[in-house]
Design a binder for this molecule. Structure first.
Ligand SMILES: [Cu+2]
Length: 226
């Protein structure tokens, strides 16, 4: 059944251009020497993934950077069992600060912070954390290459990818988001919360964010005043 549902979601399109942010980036005031803890394997960054949309989905991510090789390990619980979960590193490496959204991002008041409503807070997709192949923004909704939660709603992910120098220099400005929720608890993505703004053929449930976590060691989610 998983395969079938996943297939139905394969047609997910890349985020339409209209949804991309056109926020002018303030002047860059970051020295590019992000903190994090140095180990002999590289520089480690810890992320605590906290639930959005009452998903109950939480987890941890560890990012290890060695040059431009980024190893991403994610362990999550409470996701929709047996369903694919699109996951991304969101945010900007050019000086604009983004962070995880709170419920105030729910502009239409339907009780769900949709992916589009969350974008002004968490920024555009920077890296798509696929299981194989392309990791660019273009693969943001390639659900056939996104990890699937097991029957208990647990998800484990590990992959090493090559990132741009900009990402390597500004990794702590970014944050991790996993998508896919099941507010009516029927064990699948359905149209109970309407259509996804990203593709009306898809349920909002399949693309709405389930959790989000900022990368540690950047002193919290303050807004830059430079
Ligand atoms: Cu995302």
């Amino acid at each position: 059944m998983t395969a079938k549902r996943s297939t139905r979601l394969v047609a997910l399109l890349a985020v339409p251009a209209a949804l991309t942010l056109s926020v002018a980036a303030p002047a860059l005031a970051h020295d590019g020497n992000d903190s994090g803890s140095q180990t002999r394997h590289g520089r480690d960054y810890q992320v605590t993934l906290l639930p959005l949309n009452d998903s109950g989905a939480r987890g941890t991510a560890q990012l290890t950077l060695q040059g431009r090789q980024l190893t991403v390990k994610i362990e999550s619980q409470g996701l929709v069992p047996g369903q694919p979960h699109a996951q991304h590193i969101h945010g900007s490496t050019t000086g604009h600060e983004f962070t995880c959204p709170d419920t105030s991002a729910d502009k239409n008041g339907d009780g769900i912070v949709s992916t589009a409503e969350g974008l002004p807070a968490y920024g555009d997709i920077n890296i798509s954390l696929t299981t194989k192949g392309d990791t660019s923004k273009a693969s943001g909704l390639a659900v056939d290459r996104m990890p699937v939660a097991d029957k208990n709603g647990n998800l484990s992910y590990a992959r090493t990818i090559t990132v741009s120098q900009a990402v390597a220099d500004h990794i702590s400005r970014l944050h991790v988001v996993q998508h896919g929720i099941d507010p009516n608890g029927n064990g699948m993505y359905d149209f109970g919360k309407g259509k996804s703004e990203l593709d009306p053929k898809l349920p909002q449930e399949a693309t709405a964010p389930a959790n989000c976590g900022t990368i540690d060691s950047h002193g919290g989610g303050h807004m830059a005043n430079h």
